[in-house]
Design a protein around this ligand. Structure first.
Ligand code: F6P
Length: 380
């Protein structure tokens, strides 16, 4: 039997270290076990076998990759796995395309004798992996097959783990961008609106805003943070206290929920606010920037690579002995996550049902942000 490994969804720094850790731990326990790398995410499962996967890879394949960002086996999103609402004009066509995709993937996995598939990705990837696992079991009910998830997403929004691979590197990348922007906006006495990745969850925006000393943060989960007037009042309080510059961090999901021109609208409001203008002596100057995909690039941090090592090694244990080292065995598809330095297993279904894990008003980090950032009520 063999063990498949793939990375899926948005790349996250540290994915390479996770592949390497899984590979090394699998081979350490059983030097003869066959490992298959599937290229470009789930797409690699459904292409011709010779072109989409590396079979029986040897240790040279994971040499010199631990320091590299991205994922050396490629990744991707597979829209074929998602269906439109029933009743949509192309529904039947899409179901047929998805069934074809799943059938080829199941046959390939069967022919390669893959009994454990390690999937490194986020909640969308795990949803895809569950569909593939179910299709495999439906086509080949007598062949054992298990999906083992490893959390890899810069959004850090998965249930079942405190941290996911890539988050720490992305956080440091964003804080680095904030520090660089600080130099220029301080020189000009400007405000900057900085957009940060995070389509549904605002963890990256929130924590980078706290760590980077931002004046204001706006996240998709907490509607009051999108309120332009509230932000204008906060910045006015800062101007009155003679602050030289202002950093406003906004998660990309705010645009999706509050309107595409949210950043431009805020810029216009700040630049035309009479109170700010009178306290400043001239209209405020505002620039809009976006960290974008730069947040996902570069060498992984030491923390991300350590986490990747822990989770990759845990996934190898589950594939070979059906459990984490000191814990009882677990049946079915699972995800290996972490609580502090400890690895833990959560059923994949539970991870999917309870993800994305969103920021709430009660989240400690959100409460902290409200205590540390500018507000109109600030008494000092
Ligand atoms: O899922 C991780 C993520 O980084 C999101 O925060 C972001 O919305 C998305 O990926 C962007 O993905 P893509 O690379 O497909 O543009």
């Amino acid at each position: 039997m063999s063990i498949g490994i793939l990375t899926s969804g948005g790349d996250a720094p540290g994915m390479n270290a996770a592949v390497r850790a899984a590979f090394r731990c699998l081979k350490m326990r059983d030097p003869d076990c066959e490992i298959v790398f599937f290229r470009d995410g789930f797409r690699g499962l459904a292409r011709r076998l010779d072109s989409s996967s590396d079979r029986n890879v040897d240790r040279r394949a994971v040499r010199d990759i631990i320091h590299r960002g991205g994922t050396f086996i490629g990744t991707g999103r597979v829209p074929e796995l998602l269906l439109p609402a029933e009743g949509h004009p192309s529904y039947a066509e899409r179901v047929a395309a998805r069934d074809d995709f799943l059938k080829v993937a199941a046959i390939n996995l069967y022919q390669m004798r893959v009994d454990n598939l390690i999937v490194i990705g986020g909640d969308g990837s795990f949803r895809g992996a569950r569909i593939i696992g179910d299709a495999f079991r439906q086509h080949f009910p007598r062949r054992p097959f298990r999906v083992i998830g490893i959390p890899g997403t810069i959004d850090n929004d998965l249930h079942g783990t405190e941290y996911s691979i890539g988050y720490d590197t992305a956080l440091n990348n964003v804080v680095d961008a904030i520090r660089k922007l600080r130099d220029t906006i301080e020189s000009h006495r400007r405000a900057i609106i900085l957009e940060v990745m995070g389509n549904t969850s605002g963890w990256l925006a929130l924590q980078s805003a706290i760590a980077g000393g931002a004046a204001v943060v706006a996240i998709p989960e907490v509607e009051e943070t999108w309120d332009h007037d509230r932000i204008v009042r906060s910045l006015d309080a800062g101007v009155r206290r003679d602050y030289r510059y202002f950093i406003i961090v906004v998660a990309e999901g705010v645009r999706r929920r509050a309107g595409e021109d949210w950043c431009e609208g805020l810029k216009r409001k700040l630049e035309s606010d009479p109170a700010i203008e009178s306290h400043l002596g001239h209209p405020m100057e505002v620039r809009i920037n976006s960290v974008g995909h730069i947040a996902r690039g570069g060498s992984p941090t030491a923390l991300d690579n350590t986490l990747a090592g822990l989770l990759g090694s845990g996934a190898a244990d589950v594939a070979q002995i059906g459990r984490l080292d000191s814990q009882p065995p677990v049946e079915g598809d699972v995800m290996v996550g972490c609580r502090g330095p400890q690895t833990i297993l959560t059923p994949l279904d539970e991870v999917i049902e309870r993800s994305p894990r969103l920021v709430t008003r009660d989240s400690e980090l959100y409460q902290l942000s409200q205590r540390l950032m500018l507000s109109a009520e600030q008494p000092f």
